[in-house]
Design a protein around this ligand. Structure first.
Ligand SMILES: Nc1ncnc2c1ncn2[C@@H]1O[C@H](COP(=O)(O)OP(=O)(O)OP(=O)(O)O)[C@@H](O)[C@H]1O
Length: 358
């Protein structure tokens, strides 16, 4: 009963949404697609900000909309938190009062997230007496997220919460979103068109194209499927889970292992035994038929080619199985021809860069 069932049909003059989804009742689910694919429309239908022509929405066993029986719970009665691209904070109230405002609408008996917990999770204690116009964009978004949380929602809806922030601010806020994910048991539906955000935050993905769902499933699986857009272009990457085995302080290196081999990376922030997610970008992998000797590349994995697909002009995306983990490598067509790569080919993948996601 903990999942979310969402079936909506909505039509505008030049666009129609037609989706039937069963979503997990925990973790972060991202709605991903190009501009105009219907991500926000779907989120608005779920929020009840918009009443789809026909719809059924059941959240953790509770019916929020069912047109067959005439049920439509108005948005203000839905126990949800909403965060948009621009934090719509009250300019005349300081941060504390902004938080109190959202919270006061929720009966005490229904409060599951304390104000202190929301403040702590978003790290906004030092900002409590400030007015919104004195805050940076990233700080404002953190306050907006804390305000949404403080209402103890059973569902958190976020529509491109980082889109109005520059890269640095985005990097400031992302760890807080990861923390929410790790520490709270509130499902989050997250609209984004940024592959890096999706790779970092989402457990589950819904890919939308022209108002239809083209694929839905675990993020790691969808990111590396060559028939889907996420596995193409400059941002294409695989995320694997690895365990820190030991540190090598003399070289400021950390050593990790995953079923496909050992990973070494320059980092001093990891602890032996720690489990981490590691992102490897397709453009950072090169392939060879023999293990390269005398190379500066530390991370080399034996792998089997599982698929090849056209990518950008002159380039191919190659999917690889490294001990059960899927990796992507983007190489030139010319190299693929020279190595005579085909599904089943045994190769060595040289990895030039890995990033720890936490
Ligand atoms: N109220 C409306 N009336 C008419 N057309 C609408 C309305 N709301 C959305 N649309 C259209 O529906 C389509 C999907 O819009 P939506 O905002 O859901 O896309 P999106 O994937 O969230 O895009 P973006 O990433 O740009 O926010 C667009 O073509 C948009 O113009």
């Amino acid at each position: 009963m903990s999942g979310i069932t969402a079936v909506f049909r909505q039509a505008y003059k030049d666009f129609s949404l037609d989706v039937a989804l069963d979503l997990p009742g925990r973790g972060v689910t991202a709605f991903f697609g190009v501009s105009g694919s219907g991500k926000s429309t779907l989120l608005r239908c779920i929020a009840g900000l918009e009443r789809a022509r026909s719809g059924q929405l059941v959240v953790s066993g509770e019916v929020w909309q069912d047109d067959a029986s005439g049920v439509f719970m108005p948005v203000h009665r839905r126990p949800l938190g909403l965060v948009f691209q621009d934090a719509s904070l009250f300019a005349h109230l300081d941060v504390r009062r902004n938080l109190d405002y959202g919270r006061s609408r929720v009966p005490a008996a229904q409060r599951r997230v304390s104000l202190e917990q929301a403040v702590e999770l978003l790290g906004i204690e030092p900002l409590m007496e400030r007015r919104p116009d004195t805050l940076s964009g990233g700080e404002r978004q953190r306050v907006a997220i804390a305000r949404a949380l403080a209402t103890s929602p059973s569902l958190l809806l976020m529509d491109e919460p980082l889109a109005s922030l520059d890269l640095q601010r985005k990097a400031d806020v992302l760890p807080y979103l990861e923390k929410l994910h790790a520490e709270l048991d509130i499902p989050i539906l997250y609209v984004s068109h940024a592959p890096d955000e999706v790779a970092r935050l989402a457990d589950h993905l819904v890919l939308l194209e022209a108002g239809r769902v083209t694929a839905a499933g675990p993020t790691r699986e969808l990111m590396t499927r060559l028939d889907l857009p996420l596995a193409h272009g400059d941002a294409a990457a695989a995320v694997i889970e690895a365990t820190v085995t030991h540190l090598e302080p003399a070289w400021q290196l950390s050593h990790l292992e995953f079923p496909g081999g050992q990973i070494s990376l320059p980092s001093q922030a990891l602890q032996p035994g720690q489990k981490v997610r590691v992102r490897i970008q397709a453009r950072d992998i090169s392939l060879s038929l023999q293990r390269q000797e005398g190379s500066s590349v530390l991370n080399v994995f034996a792998a089997i080619v599982t698929g090849l697909a056209d990518d950008s002009p002159g380039q191919l995306m190659v999917s690889l199985d490294a001990g059960g983990s899927t990796l992507l490598a983007r190489i030139t067509r010319k190299s693929a021809a020279a190595l005579q790569l085909q599904p089943g080919s045994a190769v060595f993948a040289q990895v030039k860069g890995v990033a720890v996601l936490g």
